[in-house]
Design a protein around this ligand. Structure first.
Ligand SMILES: C[S@@+](CC[C@H](N)C(=O)[O-])C[C@H]1O[C@@H](n2cnc3c(N)ncnc32)[C@H](O)[C@@H]1O
Length: 244
């Protein structure tokens, strides 16, 4: 049973989660790669935008044309209620996107694939994303690294200690919510690297980038020395496919 992102309680708690680890070691490398490849004057679609945290970071970083879409009306409500200055948010209904062919220079999906329960759905999403990308545009995927489970990161743990997850397994995730004793428990899908590669191949694409994103102690706040052993572990993976 995967996470029900339409539940109000889940939307509230996920929005309250302080995602500084994801930001430092996942979102910022993604934004840097996007900026380096295309600059900031491009149209970007944040597919599976949730409550809009990444869209807002892109906007605040100088991207002027950011649109966020999500299947959950509850998450989109949260995104809109946080403000839409230089941002657009829209609920979508299934994998068909309400945009013409060749609309965006870049599409990003952060922690979306691990929330899609079926392989064929991954292919449908990727095929649809490629339709709305301009030629030369890229689809970037940021996800938790499938080979880094059971590790206690400062704000979350992905998977149980000592358990090895197989492609297609459900995997619990525990997010520490500020001011709350119990973590928010959600359920992700374990997708191996071969599933990402096969998804792109099935959508007629080859991956141009597959980067392990490492944890870096120099970004740790002071007084968090207990996490120094995490140096160079790889919490995230960044993949990119470009439309010819
Ligand atoms: C873990 S949250 C990530 C939100 C955001 N990308 C972030 O990094 O903060 C996953 C999001 O994917 C959305 N989602 C799940 N299945 C989807 C689908 N088929 N199409 C679009 N969004 C979907 C959920 O509603 C949820 O908001």
């Amino acid at each position: 049973m995967n996470t029900n992102w339409t539940e109000q309680n889940i939307a509230e708690l996920f929005d309250a989660y302080d995602d500084w680890v994801e930001n430092a070691f996942g979102y910022q490398p993604l934004i840097a790669e996007l900026t380096c490849s295309y600059g900031k004057g491009i149209s970007v679609l944040d597919y599976g935008c949730g409550s809009g945290k990444v869209s807002r970071r892109l906007r605040d970083d100088g991207f002027d044309y950011v649109t966020g879409v999500d299947i959950s009306p509850t998450m989109i409500e949260k995104a809109i209620s946080a403000g839409t200055n230089r941002l657009r948010f829209e609920q979508i209904h299934g994998p068909n996107l309400p945009f013409p062919d060749n609309s965006f220079e870049a599409v990003i999906s952060c922690f979306l694939f691990i929330n899609i329960p079926e392989r064929r759905e991954l292919v449908r999403i990727t095929t649809e994303v490629m339709r709305i990308l301009k030629p030369g545009g890229s689809y970037y995927i940021l996800d938790t690294h499938p080979q880094t489970t059971g590790v206690d990161y400062p704000t979350y743990r992905n998977g149980e200690h000592g358990i090895s997850y197989q492609d297609g397994d459900n995997r619990p995730v525990y997010l520490t919510i500020p001011g709350r004793q119990q973590p928010l428990e959600i359920v992700d899908k374990q997708w191996g690297l071969s599933t990402y590669r096969n998804t792109f191949a099935a959508a007629g694409l080859s991956l141009t980038t597959e980067r392990n994103l490492p944890f870096d102690n120099s970004q740790l706040p002071v007084h968090t020395s207990e996490f120094r052993t995490l140096q160079d572990t790889k919490p995230y993976i960044l993949l990119r496919a470009t439309k010819q």
